[in-house]
Design a binder for this molecule. Structure first.
Ligand code: ZN
Length: 329
């Protein structure tokens, strides 16, 4: 990922905010080059939500999503230790959800391989999911025998008030219509039902330090860039009451810092992530120099990342990734 300095390329036309319809005025990042295309990130002052512009075309997105970066149909995406951490995170999340609501029916929007739904079902929940990637959806159906819709939740037209909880984990920022999905979640949840949304926070110290090198920025996959304030406002506008904001995630926060620090150090972009990922499909080749520098920096950066992840919520009241629990009024 490179930032282009040429002046003539920095005059991006500001789009309209899809949430309030007003013109977006605050430029956050300009001319970030990815796979030969230039992207900008700008924020609506009113809504406090950032937006990628221009949006990548449907063709480009389809090409990027099929490049092995996001999902695999073959189960484990990372090595066994990281997969175990992810599993522990899911168990802990089930415990947190159960503090707010008794087991009932939960929908996971963008459920991926179905790991979270499997954990929830083992805890007495009745589960359904949506997953747009056909291969990933059929993996989840075959492995866990879960009902998964392979289309947009809005098209499903499920009955009003039929759900007790909805989970949207690191998915909302990928959608072209996040406002509509929150509105639909409000319709689907019963009164007192809980919506759990997890997104990266554009106002986190991880972003402030990393800028275009921030691991969780993930251009151009992330079409929207939420802030804690912006997401809370959007939820309140849709008649949700914020119950709890979690600003530390064992699976996301330390690695977010670690990969961001490595990216700032000038090593090939997201090299460690690509090395840990169990996929041979990578957008850039792995270079030996980068691997050696990473190994050299890890003993310093790894503990530093853990310290920063703990300090981020304590001192700055922020999280690289936040998880919001909101109750339907
Ligand atoms: Zn707006």
């Amino acid at each position: 990922m490179k930032k282009i300095l040429a002046v003539e390329k920095s005059n991006a036309i500001m789009p309209e905010c899809i949430f309030c319809g007003k013109g977006i005025t605050v430029s956050v990042l300009k001319n970030i080059q990815i796979h030969g295309n230039l992207y900008n990130v700008s924020e609506c002052v009113e809504c406090e939500i950032g937006m990628t512009h221009p949006f990548p075309s449907d063709n480009e997105l389809a090409k990027l999503y099929s490049s092995g970066n996001y999902r695999t149909s073959t189960g484990k995406r990372f090595g066994i230790i990281i997969e175990f951490l992810i599993y522990l995170g899911r168990l802990k999340k089930r415990g947190t959800i159960n503090k707010f609501i008794n087991p009932g029916k939960i929908l996971d929007i963008g459920c991926g391989r179905g790991l979270f739904l499997d954990v929830m079902r083992r805890g007495g929940w009745s589960v359904i999911g949506t997953e747009l990637n056909d291969e990933t959806a059929s993996y989840a159906i075959k492995t866990y025998n879960i009902t998964i819709f392979s289309s947009d939740i809005i098209q499903q037209k499920l009955p009003t008030g039929s759900l007790d909880a909805i989970n949207i984990n690191q998915v909302l920022e990928h959608l072209k219509n996040p406002g509509k999905v929150i509105e639909e979640s409000g319709r689907l949840l019963r009164r007192g039902g809980v919506l759990i949304i997890s997104v990266p926070d554009l106002r986190s110290p991880q972003f402030t330090i990393g800028k275009e090198n921030w691991f969780l920025l993930d251009l151009p996959f992330h079409l929207f860039h939420f802030t804690e304030e912006g997401l809370c406002k959007l939820l309140e506008k849709n008649k949700f009451k914020i119950k709890y904001v979690k600003r530390f995630s064992l699976e996301i926060s330390p690695f977010g810092w670690l990969q961001t620090l490595l990216n700032i150090s000038g090593i090939r972009f997201n090299l460690l992530y690509d090395l840990l990922k169990c996929s041979n499909l990578r957008t850039e080749p792995i270079n030996l120099r980068g691997v050696i520098t990473t190994l050299f920096l890890l003993p310093i950066y790894f503990p530093l990342s853990i310290i920063l992840s703990v300090l981020e919520p304590l001192i700055w009241k922020r999280g690289g990734s936040i998880e919001i629990y909101a109750e339907k009024n």
